[in-house]
Write a protein that binds this ligand. Sequence first.
Ligand code: HEC
Length: 275
Amino acid sequence: MTKKNIFLLLITLVFLTLNSYLFFTAPEPLKKMYRKESYTYSVNDGFQIVANLNDKYRTCYTKLIVGDGTRAGMKFDENWQNNEIEAGPLPALFLRSTSAYLEKSPVPLSLYLGSDFPISGSNLLKGIQAEKFKEIKKDLEPKFFRDNETNRYIGMFPDFASTDACVSCHNNHPNSSKKDWILNDIMGATTWAFPRDSITTNELINWINVYSQSANRTYSSYLDKTKTFQNTNKIKIGVRWPSEGYFLPNTNSFSDTILNVAALDLIKSFLYGKD
Ligand code: HEC
């Protein structure tokens, strides 16, 4: 054996001994510290953090883009991706597109928007999610559980009718299975799923990154679509918002505005965790 090989062997042995010491024989506090470095957050904490961020995106998009944009003369449509339709995505489709980008990422985190009275049949909550949704409607609290059919940990969060736009559009939609929604009703639930019960800090950072990138990509694809409009006036893209007229913020202004609102909560979750 060469000197270099002996050296490598020694290093490996020291590493393995230290590892088994930490895992099997280390005193409790040291064990905890070691574990803490690996799995800092329960999956439920992670769900709460991304759900909060998703809420900020959803409210901002619904109020400041769809709500104000409609008043400024812009159109939003469920078939917004069709070539002949010159419109942007409805809030639910913004979420669905975000979730599709999330699905394409290497992170096995998924997001779904469902309801017990959906406009689109494919959004009907089923099985254990339908059961848990009944509880959410009673106590207005998120629910965390394991779905044994899919082997996923689930976080389900109430989706409130936070602006008049939600209520009036759903009540007037021809396919709506309920026409008497009122402001602040629970219209559905956003459901997050992940295969493990805990995550590392790096994973949490990844979740936040991948989620924001997915939402920002969705927004960018909407901006790209407006550039192809032939019959509708082209919307000016820059730093101004629809509340000022026929304008849309560029992707940076859009995401910066949301991150400004979300930053305090995000920093707190890193400093203090969710406990
Ligand atoms: C301009 C119309 C419009 C607005 C505004 C709107 N929605 Fe929807 N929403 C729809 C349509 C259409 C669908 C079905 C889209 C699909 O999946 O095909 C939908 C889907 C949903 C779903 C999934 C279940 C279902 O009905 O299919 C929920 C939950 C939901 N919306 C809640 C909300 C909330 C909460 C708001 C406000 C924050 C909101 N919507 C704003 C039109 C709208």
